[in-house]
Unconditional design. Structure first.
Length: 53
């Protein structure tokens, strides 16, 4: 998934044989974050784990 406004990045990834999915991502400043936020798993297999302590 790549912001569809990033044409150079899309071409570069395609040149390196990546399958690119252009996505309209025009509200990134409103909501903050990026693709990592709206592609994050909401449900995971296994139980809760403590990573910070």
């Amino acid at each position: 998934m790549v912001n569809d406004a990033c044409r150079t990045l899309i071409r570069t990834l395609e040149d390196h044989k990546f399958a690119v999915v252009p996505v309209l991502h025009r509200h990134r400043r409103l909501f903050g974050g990026g693709f990592h936020c709206f592609t994050l798993d909401m449900v995971r297999a296994g139980g809760a784990e403590e990573y910070l302590g």
